[in-house]
Design a protein around this ligand. Sequence first.
Ligand SMILES: Nc1ncnc2c1ncn2[C@@H]1O[C@H](COP(=O)(O)OP(=O)(O)OP(=O)(O)O)[C@@H](O)[C@H]1O
Ligand SMILES: [Mg+2]
Length: 451
Amino acid sequence: MALPLQITALGSAPAALALPDLPWDVPLSQWPADVLAALPRGISRHVVRFVRLQDTVAAVKENTEELVRREYGLLRVLRRLEVPCVVPIAVVTGRSKADGEPLDPALVTQHLQFSLPYRALFSQSLRPDTATRLVDALAVLLVRLHLAGFYWGDVSLSNTLFRRDAGEFAAYLVDAETGELHNELSDGQRSNDVEVARINIAGELMDLEAAEYLDEGVDPVEVANSIVERYYSLWDELTGTESFEQGERWRVQARIERLNELGFDVGELSISTDVGGSVVQIQPKVVDAGHHSRRLLRLTGIDAENNQARRLLNDLDGYIAATDRQNDQEEIVAHEWLARVFEPVVKAVPRELRRKLEPAEIFHEVLEHRWYRSQERQRDIPLLEAARWYVEDVLAQRPDEQALILQAGLMNTGQLAAVGMDGDEAPLLSGVDDPDDPESDRIDGWLSSHG
Ligand SMILES: Nc1ncnc2c1ncn2[C@@H]1O[C@H](COP(=O)(O)OP(=O)(O)OP(=O)(O)O)[C@@H](O)[C@H]1O
Ligand SMILES: [Mg+2]
């Protein structure tokens, strides 16, 4: 007799309430187009599909019960450790067809908005340094996982998702199936992961090369080897001990600033002095990243990557200074900046173009475009004018990132057939009202001159 369908979900995931409505008695590969969402997806051994779940999109992956439960558990812990990874929603077991034939259990995760599988990024034939930037982002992710005691076991570009981060990339772990959590990793475990990464990246890039998706300037082996150097230099910068003479205390601050620049926070600094008191040693204990992201989220509710957040915060700080609001409560000024600066720029982008990039990235690119245009014309360009130019000159020419992989024909036909296209827009910013129109002169002045 077939077991009853069982859904184990996190209490805090409201989307889980809609889970029983999905056609669990049908193999995932045959799910009807009306429950699916057409979004770019990487290659995988298991069947993975994106589905609509209330207002959100979720990824469903079929696997054995043991592996589904294991991955679900690991992702939950990784979330608690604040490591960038996909968010687990539920485990579905006890599936069977109408005739009683058992079906594989499934893992449901939240779809990571605006994430791109690496094949989609390469298919755009981006600048040759794209490969290097992806590897850099993966090196940062690997260091973060290792600091948290997570041994990945299957580090690769296809097990990672990338989101744009102010011209760079931020990497997220998507496939935790092979991972193990330890209190602390040994040097051997870490170097194993780095070696697996090197070999997998070389193989993945060679595949792209063979399919002629790789820019000619990219040498797969060279790019793959660069992860080793990037990983170890980052690890040393984060965990290394530094010695300096008494009286050079500024170097402590400099070290902290370097770490913040890299997107890491210093949780605790162990400082020791030698017997004579002349040499000081410091070793930072690096905690989770996201220094800037958290401040931006707290102040404005915008959930952005760290570099994007830094860019937006610089702009906000400029606004605070220009409007002479240093003594006002930061949250209040931030709210005003959101309504008067950030949102008008995002709204200057026609709705149909907004799904091309997420709002924080659009804002960042408008600032860049404004700087570039101002240089070119040797005059200050108002922000909204820059936004309009940006829409015409840059954004309108770009491929829509959500539909990228379909355009590029990188999915195999089976996958293509199973994925329905839809015309829904990606949510932009929810709960945003029209900003008050009459802006004060001071703000107008700032809008037309800052940058
Ligand atoms: N939550 C998610 N958000 C966005 N994309 C996702 C998500 N979950 C899975 N994907 C996409 O599906 C692909 C396959 O997922 P995953 O790597 O977990 O499958 P797999 O079959 O275990 O892979 P492997 O072949 O490495 O064993 C990913 O590369 C990614 O593109
Ligand atoms: Mg995978």
